[in-house]
Write a protein that binds this ligand. Structure first.
Ligand code: NCD
Length: 300
């Protein structure tokens, strides 16, 4: 049984396989609605204890495009037996008897590990607290690869809330597998990348350089991966000054692309949306293709 819990599970070989498959799925889908019915007769549950638009709907779209069926709880915190005091473990024990895989989003950092320990079907982590969001990292890698043709040797800036952003944490682990990658961090005080991720990168020979504005970054930067301040994950009394990307921010870079896992609030001005550098909506659309590739691999 194959659980997908953390980007730490990834190898370059696995990522290459997912990128290639996503490309094939994407090309095929542009022409016709369903290219593979490998999930025929399978049921996949999407169990979401936290809000989601893209992740849940792109997974559900991926399941259906592959001929599978979906059972879903979009507000499991209130609408499942969790409100009656049932533990996540008991819920997973029960639901794993109703389906062939579970896509799980939960506010606890260790939720997917705990679910995997008791589940009789594969668990796919669709966001665990502030810890990880590995399927997002794969679709981020796909978007970078489509735009830059490689993941090796890139200069990548991660910015915004590096402390609480699970997409950042999964992405840096994934990027650590590539050669000569340089990672720059741009953040306000209190939103720094936790030491354990800096150490993780250092152990893989990747240098990480923190800054507090975009102006100090090199002209030949390849990617800016900006993120939302995760206000739901800290005390609102914390004072902070949003780091905003505007068309001016991008002027100095020769060939940068701007990514964001979305939802965007005010941290990227809407004037950037129509610029050729803006890739965040394309990135969100890649979610379905990449999640189809992930499901095809799990159900092979
Ligand atoms: C992200 C998440 O849930 O971590 N959204 C997503 O899955 N695309 C990012 C966020 O909520 O800021």
């Amino acid at each position: 049984m194959k659980h997908l819990i953390s980007s730490e599970q990834f190898t370059r070989e696995y990522i290459d396989k997912i990128l290639m498959k996503s490309r094939i799925v994407k090309i095929n889908l542009m022409g016709k609605p369903c290219i593979d019915d490998r999930l025929n007769n399978s049921i996949v549950a999407t169990l979401f204890y936290e809000p989601s638009t893209r992740t849940r709907l792109s997974f559900e779209s991926a399941i259906m495009r592959l001929g599978g069926k979906n059972i879903s709880t979009e507000n499991a915190k209130k609408m499942s037996s969790a409100i009656k005091g049932e533990t996540l473990e008991d819920t997973i024990r029960v639901i794993s008897g109703y389906c062939d895989a579970i896509v799980l989003r939960h506010s606890d950092d260790d939720s997917s590990e705990r679910a995997a320990r008791v589940s009789s079907v594969p668990i796919i982590n669709a966001g665990a607290g502030k810890a990880e969001h590995p399927t997002q990292a794969l679709l981020d890698a796909f978007t970078i690869w489509e735009n830059k043709e490689t993941l090796d040797g890139l200069k990548i800036c991660i910015s915004g809330d590096l402390r609480h952003g699970r997409t950042i944490h999964s992405l840096v682990k994934l990027l650590s597998l590539y050669d000569n990658v340089e990672i720059f961090g741009v953040h306000r005080d209190l939103f720094e990348l936790p030491t354990k991720y800096i150490k993780y990168l250092a152990d893989k020979g990747i240098t990480y350089r923190p800054y507090n504005n975009f102006a100090e970054l090199p002209r030949d930067l390849d990617v800016i991966y900006h993120t939302r301040t995760q206000t739901e994950r800290f005390q609102m009394s914390m004072e902070y000054n949003e780091l905003v990307i505007t068309p001016d921010t991008l002027k100095k870079f020769d060939d940068v692309i701007v990514m964001h896992p979305l939802p965007r609030v005010t941290e990227i001005s809407t004037e950037v949306d129509n610029m050729s550098q803006a890739k965040y909506f394309e990135q969100a659309h890649n979610g379905t293709y990449v999640r189809m590739a992930i499901l095809l691999d799990i159900f092979r």
